[in-house]
Design a protein around this ligand. Structure first.
Ligand SMILES: [Zn+2]
Length: 319
């Protein structure tokens, strides 16, 4: 063998070794995904309380599924196609029924980048039509481009945005295999297109990102006034169990919705007062007592931006 060939081979092998070790490292660090039973027919998987990264495959949100005698209904598609495939494998541990529907609670990246895996299996995707504005926006396109960089190889050039097969604009009762799902628009709250899904036969509420547990909520461009009102609407469902968009299951609806609700109310009160007094944001932020929330995961990365967005929103509302 010539020296060039040997060098080439050595490099190729080293490259392969590196690639393998990256894959193994990623596989090592990837958070486990085990479906936990919520009620007789419902399960959910729980993402980690972190920002999306290649190490966690963007597994930072929850997804759920309900097994009926005529098919499986999935709620949210997770943050990468690979995660969706892992979710399908979890579903297969419990049933061989086809996956007939995916209900999207809202079109944030961590809940939708897995949609294409379900679409490929023939599932019908249902979402609220208000998401079309986001889907056709530059924001969605740029977000995907950035994610392809930041979340590679889990989000890559093959990852694409998937439209719903059915856009709804009001409440919808979906019945699959005799099991009823009440799909209720609760936006504009966390997003314009928020949907909550209620399974009355087992009193399970899939709340999407209207409910965050064990971490600081992501407020973004949310309409916090309606969000607070929507939480009150959700309380009317009389759910026994709530599957939040992030964090663990809740068996105490009122108490556990309280964290999200208290946080939003506090943001609005503190930033509203500042906006009304024309106090600059920097001063208002510094002078606000955050002690009841600063122990929560993601406080450092999310709170300031949440406060700032709320400050801007309340400036507008005050006009
Ligand atoms: Zn979200």
């Amino acid at each position: 063998m010539t020296k060039t060939k040997t060098t080439f081979l050595a490099r190729a092998l080293a490259g392969l070794g590196l690639a393998l070790s990256v894959v193994l490292a990623c596989a090592d660090e990837a958070p486990p995904m085990v479906a936990q039973q919520v009620s007789p027919s419902a399960w959910y998987v729980e993402g980690v309380s972190a920002l999306g990264s290649p190490a966690n495959q963007n597994f930072i949100s929850n997804a759920a599924f309900v097994v009926t005698p005529a098919g499986v209904v999935v709620i949210d598609a997770l943050g990468s196609p690979a995660l969706a495939t892992r979710l399908v494998a979890e579903i297969r541990k419990h049933t061989s029924q086809p996956i007939t529907h995916v209900i999207v609670t809202h079109y944030h990246a961590d809940h939708i980048y897995g949609l294409q895996a379900f679409k490929a299996l023939g599932a019908r995707i249902i979402a609220h039509q208000a998401a079309k504005v986001y889907l056709n926006s530059d924001t969605a396109r740029l977000r995907l481009e950035v994610s392809r960089q930041e979340l590679a190889p889990w989000v890559n050039d093959d990852t694409h945005l998937v439209e719903a097969d059915e856009w709804i604009d009001g409440e919808k009762n979906l019945t699959v295999g005799g099991v009823q799902f009440q799909i209720k628009p609760v936006g504009p709250s966390h997003t314009p297109e928020d949907l909550a899904v209620y399974l009355p036969s087992e009193k399970v509420l899939f709340a999407g990102d209207l409910v965050f547990r064990s971490r600081i909520p992501y407020v973004g461009q949310a309409d916090s006034r309606h969000w607070i009102a929507a939480l009150d609407k959700l309380l009317a469902f009389d759910a026994v169990v709530i599957v939040p968009g992030h964090g663990p299951l809740s068996h105490e609806a009122r108490k556990d919705m309280q964290l999200t609700r208290d946080y939003l109310v506090y943001l609005r009160e503190s930033m509203g007062r500042a906006a009304q007094n024309l106090e600059p944001f920097e001063d208002a932020y510094k002078n606000t007592d955050w002690s009841q929330f600063e122990h929560l995961p993601l406080f450092r990365v999310a709170n300031r931006m949440n406060a700032y967005n709320t400050y801007l929103l309340l400036e507008q509302e005050a006009r």
